[in-house]
Design a protein around this ligand. Structure first.
Ligand SMILES: Nc1ncnc2c1ncn2[C@@H]1O[C@H](COP(=O)(O)OP(=O)(O)OP(=O)(O)O)[C@@H](O)[C@H]1O
Ligand SMILES: [Mg+2]
Length: 264
């Protein structure tokens, strides 16, 4: 890590009617850092990603990417500037192949291709071949098994592979910052271990890539993030290494409260 803040949030606040879903949250993500985001269901974790990526407009507060404000920019512009994400629920193109899903991810950055394809088909064909080769390389670098399944429709993939594909598609936009929203959800322990290894591989090949990862699986949270921030009712209630935060009474209360609610 370089100690340089790639992504920064200041006083982020959003209200939905009477609900304050995010309440004056500050955060910093350093270059090369993996920052975990945890908290009970409905705490505001996905809302934070929606605020960063321009899907939601904050009621107050700002987000900066390398000191450039992102506020007010449309979501596709924020992708082009270097912030990619996955969603909690799958947003893959189910009928398209694995490879095509990655190619679409590449185009979400460049936006080229569509007009070329119409006006200059031969040039477009060459570009498409290049794109396919690049997408294949990317797939292989994320997961060999995904690469082997590159011609299959996304809908035919096992759940864990679908999650991997979403990560590969987000990486196709060549982000500086990657936001992962519960990548291990729906995975068993073995798949989660494989996911941890995949993410390690991704960061090893891209030391400058910074990642924010929302997770409920504490094994993953214990292993991957350099730092963890804890959100409850839209507020940041703790931040530090996993070892630091895990024993904080405030954090345990938030989770015990959640368990009690789940058992009610
Ligand atoms: N577009 C919206 N309109 C109204 N309320 C919203 C909207 N988006 C989020 N909320 C509310 O904001 C709160 C935080 O939701 P959010 O999805 O960010 O929680 P979360 O921490 O990601 O939870 P989970 O762990 O279940 O995914 C919830 O009460 C949710 O109902
Ligand atoms: Mg969520």
């Amino acid at each position: 890590m370089s100690g340089h803040a790639v992504l920064r949030g200041e006083g982020l606040t959003i209200r939905f009617g009477g609900l304050v879903a995010m309440d004056d949250v500050d955060f910093v993500l350093e270059a090369g850092e993996i920052l975990g985001v945890i908290g009970p269901n409905g705490a505001g974790k996905s809302t934070l990603f929606n605020l960063i990526t321009g899907l939601y407009r904050p009621s107050a507060g700002k987000v900066f990417l390398n000191d450039r404000p992102l506020n007010g920019l449309p979501a596709h512009r924020i992708v082009q500037m270097g912030v990619s994400r996955t969603f909690q629920s799958s947003r893959l193109f189910a009928d398209l192949s694995v490879l095509d899903n990655v190619i679409i991810g590449m185009h979400s950055r460049t936006h080229s291709g569509v007009f070329d394809a119409l006006l200059r088909p031969s040039k477009a064909r060459g570009e498409l071949q290049q794109a396919a080769a690049k997408a294949g390389d990317l797939l292989r670098s994320v997961s060999a098994s995904l690469y082997d399944q590159r011609e299959r429709a996304a809908s035919e993939l096992a759940q864990a592979d679908r999650r991997r594909l979403e990560i590969a598609r987000a990486l196709a936009a060549e982000p500086k910052v990657l936001l992962l929203d519960e990548p291990s959800s729906g995975m068993d322990d073995r798949d989660t271990d494989a996911l941890i290894a995949d993410i390690r591989g991704i960061t090893a090949r891209r030391p400058e890539l910074s990642i924010m990862i929302i997770e409920h699986d504490m094994r993953l949270v214990a292993e991957l993030p350099h730092r963890v921030m804890v959100i409850e009712y839209g507020r940041k209630i703790a931040e530090g290494s996993f070892q630091d935060i895990r024993n904080m009474p405030r954090v345990q209360e938030a989770y015990l409260g959640r368990k009690a609610a789940a058992h009610a």
